[in-house]
Design a protein around this ligand. Structure first.
Ligand code: HEC
Length: 250
């Protein structure tokens, strides 16, 4: 009983008996019974924490998800797409306009110079200004046409069975490209193209016309024009209507 190391000397058991000690030991082995309401503090803090997370997540989704509309959920308001880069020689746009369409549109613009007399539909003004539609001059070769637009015409001129006698102004002040475009336009829009011909007049053809006939400072007469064969064509290579480039093998 006096041994210091013996549990018998423990204050708890001072003077106690084995039966009392055993009773305490069994109590000490057990975990305390949960007390009603006591551990709820832990539970409440978890619920509050989860609630805060949910509110924040909801706010984030509401702000950035675009309500799950997949069409533009990755596009911020005010986003403007940059223009696609143009790569030389690569057809980046499947709907790219064929060269001839652009050439004709430009020709139509140049044709605004002619509308006052020859009219938008190329029908002319009876007795004053000859029609381009149905005209043998438009349907014929390009050399005469090049001469007519470069220096104009003066004096009587027969056009599809009628004689006109008003001055046709000279358009030599317009560059080769513009004249080529307007001639292409009147031929394709109003003319009866010979079988298998595209009606295209190129810049090079107008350049050749200017080299041959450009020194003329006064308008042509009908006799001057008739001196040139009706089917005489200005020199130039055939071009691809899609690209405007010379057709290979020419
Ligand atoms: C001020 C009026 C006037 C304008 C503008 C004019 N023309 Fe003419 N054009 C005439 C007349 C008038 C004749 C006939 C000339 C004659 O009687 O000697 C003629 C003749 C022609 C002819 C040959 C005859 C025919 O009808 O096919 C062609 C081609 C032609 N013009 C094309 C043009 C083109 C292209 C333009 C515009 C770039 C143009 N003309 C602008 C008055 C005009």
């Amino acid at each position: 009983m006096d041994d210091k190391n013996s549990t018998e000397s423990n204050l708890d058991y001072q003077g106690g008996r084995a039966a009392v000690r055993d009773g305490h030991d069994s109590v000490r082995r057990e975990k305390p019974e949960p007390v009603a309401g006591g551990s709820n503090k832990v539970l409440i803090s978890w619920v509050v924490g989860a609630g805060i997370v949910l509110v924040m997540a909801g706010g984030y989704l509401g702000g950035y998800s675009n309500f799950f509309d997949s069409s533009d959920s990755y596009i911020y308001p005010g986003y403007v797409a940059a223009a696609r880069p143009v790569v030389e020689g690569v057809d980046t746009d499947a709907e790219q306009e064929p060269w001839i369409e652009v050439w004709m549109k430009d020709g139509k613009k140049v044709y605004t110079n002619c509308i006052a007399c020859h009219q938008a539909a190329g029908t002319g003004t009876p007795g004053l200004f000859p029609p381009l539609k149905g005209s043998e001059w438009v349907d014929g070769g390009t050399e005469r046409l090049g001469m007519i637009v470069l220096s104009g015409v003066l004096g009587p001129l027969n056009v599809s069975g009628s004689t006109y006698n008003q001055p046709m102004p000279a358009w030599g002040a317009l560059n080769d490209e513009k004249l080529a475009q307007v001639l292409t336009y009147i031929r394709r829009e109003f003319g009866e193209l010979p079988e298998g011909q595209s009606g295209v007049v190129t810049k090079e053809m107008m350049k050749a016309a200017r080299e041959k006939h450009g020194k003329r400072t006064s308008p042509w007469t009908e006799a001057d024009l008739l001196a040139i064969p009706g089917d005489a064509e200005l020199p130039g290579v055939e071009v691809d209507l899609n690209t405007g480039q010379p057709v290979a093998g020419e």
